[in-house]
Write a protein that binds this ligand. Structure first.
Ligand code: MEV
Length: 322
């Protein structure tokens, strides 16, 4: 056992297929160069989680100390994941986890999965467990289920494996080798929302309107097939057009709103090839693809939105840090 360890994992953007993936359709996800880093250090008698915004602690016996119950902690899913890792491997230790993340929460960019995956890897190193990448995903899913209800698993797969993945379900994915990994524009609308609420909304809509949902899913499947061709041939214009079509399908599922529509419009006005909401929708972020050198467009968007980035895609997955 070491005294301390650290790891980081990337956030993600879903290029095609959010929500459709929950009902078993394939999606395309790419790891981006916004990362979460977690440092873990052995402690004597309590376990502490701390980020820039807040902190929480538990006694050695597993009783919450801060915040005092009945107040709940946003770190509880991480604590549950860590407890499961230790229980499965016969480890009983207290630790402090310091979380540093570039990825805003509730923005559709995989913040919780990046933190869970980085924490799982850091704990694996701290306790000498040598967990495989797939085991890290499985543990991250423990936290993801607590955070999001019934996640498809796409986020922790992107955080753990990195790159660009064609994803169909837990353990059912394949890496997509791209000649060039295009840069993308990502704009956070500033509107945070709960993934589980958005997923429940779509599940309800699908069960009440089976035929329409089936038709939208079939249209999506065609978009997906062409998106893989566009990515493989590095045809960014086609990729952009398909992203916009995917956005219209998500809009038809009730996942857009005035804020998201304005953001898509603002991006399209900068001359990008296409734009779509990414992640759960209802707010969150919009992703766009265009020509290179999009810094000026990002700069202009920053006057209307809290965050905007030119992100790299197909970035490395979870890794150790010093
Ligand atoms: C969340 O990043 C993407 C959703 O499809 C939910 C999921 O796949 O778990 C909305």
């Amino acid at each position: 056992m070491k005294q301390k360890a650290a790891a980081s994992a990337p956030g993600k953007v879903i290029l095609f297929g959010e929500h459709f993936v929950v009902s078993g359709r394939p999606a395309v996800v790419t790891a981006i160069n916004l990362r979460a880093k977690v440092e873990v250090v052995l402690e004597n008698d309590k376990t502490i989680f701390r980020s820039r915004q807040s902190w929480s602690s538990w006694s050695r016996k597993g009783e919450p100390v801060h915040p005092t119950p009945p107040k709940t902690s946003s770190f509880t899913p991480l604590y549950m994941m860590a407890s499961k890792i230790m229980e499965d491997h016969g480890v009983s230790s207290c630790f402090r986890a310091e979380i540093y993340s570039d990825i805003p929460g509730g923005a559709g960019l995989g913040s919780s999965a990046a933190i869970s995956t980085a924490l799982a890897r850091a704990l694996s190193n701290l306790f000498g467990l040598n967990l495989s990448t797939q085991r890290l995903v499985e543990y991250a899913m423990v936290a993801e289920k607590e955070y999001h209800g019934r996640p498809s698993g796409i986020d922790p797969h992107a955080s753990a494996y990195g790159g660009t993945l064609l994803y169909e379900g837990p353990g059912k994915f394949q890496p997509l080798q791209l000649g060039i990994s295009p840069e993308m524009l990502v704009v956070f609308t500033g509107l945070k929302r709960k993934t589980s609420d958005m997923v429940d909304q779509v599940v309800k809509l699908a069960s009440e309107n089976r035929r329409e949902f089936g038709e939208l899913s079939s249209l999506y499947s065609e978009v997906f097939v062409r998106s893989v061709e566009a990515l493989k041939s590095n045809n960014l214009e086609l990729l952009g057009r398909l992203m916009t079509i995917n956005h219209y399908l998500l809009r038809a599922l009730g996942l857009s709103n005035e804020v998201v529509e304005k953001c898509v419009e603002d991006l399209l006005r900068t001359g990008v090839y296409g734009a779509k909401l990414t992640g759960a929708g209802g707010g969150g972020s919009v992703v766009a693809v265009g020509r290179t050198n999009q810094e000026a467009a990002v700069f202009s968007l920053l006057s209307s939105y809290p965050k905007a980035w030119v992100v790299k895609t197909s970035c490395p997955g979870v890794r150790d840090e010093n």
